[in-house]
Design a binder for this molecule. Structure first.
Ligand code: MRU
Length: 351
């Protein structure tokens, strides 16, 4: 796996790049327990749907590693691990990759041989991570080909929101994977990144990783997105997703829906790039996607600096849902769903 990655696992320790500190400081934290991993997800040391899933998989492994006595049968093992898995599941509600990854870890069969069981769990967490990286590279290339097919020839400007990059995945990124592949093909004129209030994943993370990789990037305030789209500066919008319902509705960072509406009004295609681990086939509609509500201080302050009346009530949803009818196509590692709706999503699933 080449390039920037937000996580590494070695010597029974999960190493996470502390994304709360970027771009001012590059500090890696070393986590040795499931509880430390759960806290790191909650506190957004690591964030982004696929990266949360990979980290939770290693967190589960660390939970099993910490068992002081080895259970004598599968049922006792599951009973012992249930609270640990529940702790990880309770960290963040919206990104389905978290639940998907824990489910995959729980599918690893128990073995009477502790060493054998641990080796299988470690292998599963490694596979979840390496598969995510491979998926990102595939969807990046597929997405770049799709944009090239859909848009007039020549280099294009692309707008993105939040950070759906290497930092949000095992590496390479989903939306930023498409942007990376466009750049490699000489098709990228400019990546525009919304700053993404209130946590500024665009300003702090997207800009950092694209700039570091020598990819042209311009930061814009969220409030400028409509203007950019309306004045013809943007050829396409590409964003990631935290959960995609069976009808193609896609949850992503708060503000994404406004960008999709502005793109529709300007006649600019709006693409979602996400791996299959982000699809929630159990939910018939995006209205059912749980939306995380975050601490009001994220809005009352910019960084540590208060910017409003102390204690003023705040409503701070972390995500919103873009209805499928605003999405030109969903780009996955296995192909593209054009103009997604329930029937086209089901046909894609059955392919
Ligand atoms: O709150 P965050 O930073 O975890 O939100 C991240 C996003 O909304 C990303 O766009 C999404 O997870 C896709 S990451 C490939």
């Amino acid at each position: 796996m080449d390039g920037i990655t937000p996580l590494r696992f070695s010597d029974d320790t999960l190493h996470l790049l502390d994304q709360r500190l970027l771009p001012l400081e590059e500090r890696w934290l070393s986590l040795a327990t499931l509880e430390e991993t759960a806290l790191a997800i909650e506190e957004m040391v690591v964030r982004g749907a696929p990266a949360i899933g990979c980290s939770a998989a290693y967190g589960y492994f660390l939970g099993v590693l910490a068992l002081t006595s080895w259970p004598g049968d599968e049922a006792s093992f599951r009973v012992l691990m249930a609270p640990a898995a529940a702790r990880l599941r309770a960290t963040r509600p919206t990104a389905v990759n978290l639940f998907w990854a824990i489910d995959r870890m729980e599918e690893v069969p128990w073995s009477a041989d502790r060493g054998q069981c641990l080796a299988a769990l470690r292998e599963r967490a490694d596979t979840i991570t390496s598969e995510d990286y491979d998926a990102c590279v595939s969807m990046g290339d597929l997405g770049a080909d799709r944009l090239t097919r859909d848009l007039p020839p020549g280099p294009i400007a692309v707008l993105t929101h939040c950070n759906a990059g290497a930092l949000a995945t095992a590496g390479y990124g989903t939306a930023l994977g498409v942007i990376r592949s466009l750049h490699r093909q000489g098709r990228l004129l400019m990546a525009y990144s919304d700053d993404t209030r209130p946590r500024q994943q665009g300003a702090r993370l997207t800009v950092w990783e694209l700039h570091r990789d020598g990819i042209p990037v311009t930061l814009v305030p969220d409030t400028a997105a409509g203007h950019l789209l309306k004045t013809g500066r943007i050829a396409a919008v590409v964003v990631g997703a935290d959960r995609i319902a069976a009808n193609g509705d896609a949850a992503n960072k708060i503000g994404t829906y406004m960008v999709a509406l502005a793109a529709k009004a300007a006649g600019v295609p709006f693409y979602v790039a996400a791996p299959l681990s982000t699809f929630d086939w159990e939910l018939p509609s995006g209205d059912l996607i749980p939306i995380e509500e975050r601490d009001g201080d994220e809005v009352r302050r910019v960084g540590e600096v208060p910017v409003t009346v102390p204690g003023i009530p705040v409503f701070n949803p972390g995500f919103d849902v873009t209805p499928a009818e605003l999405i030109a196509a969903i780009i996955t590692e296995r192909g593209v769903v054009d103009a997604p709706d329930t029937a086209r999503m089901a046909a894609f699933r059955g392919m």
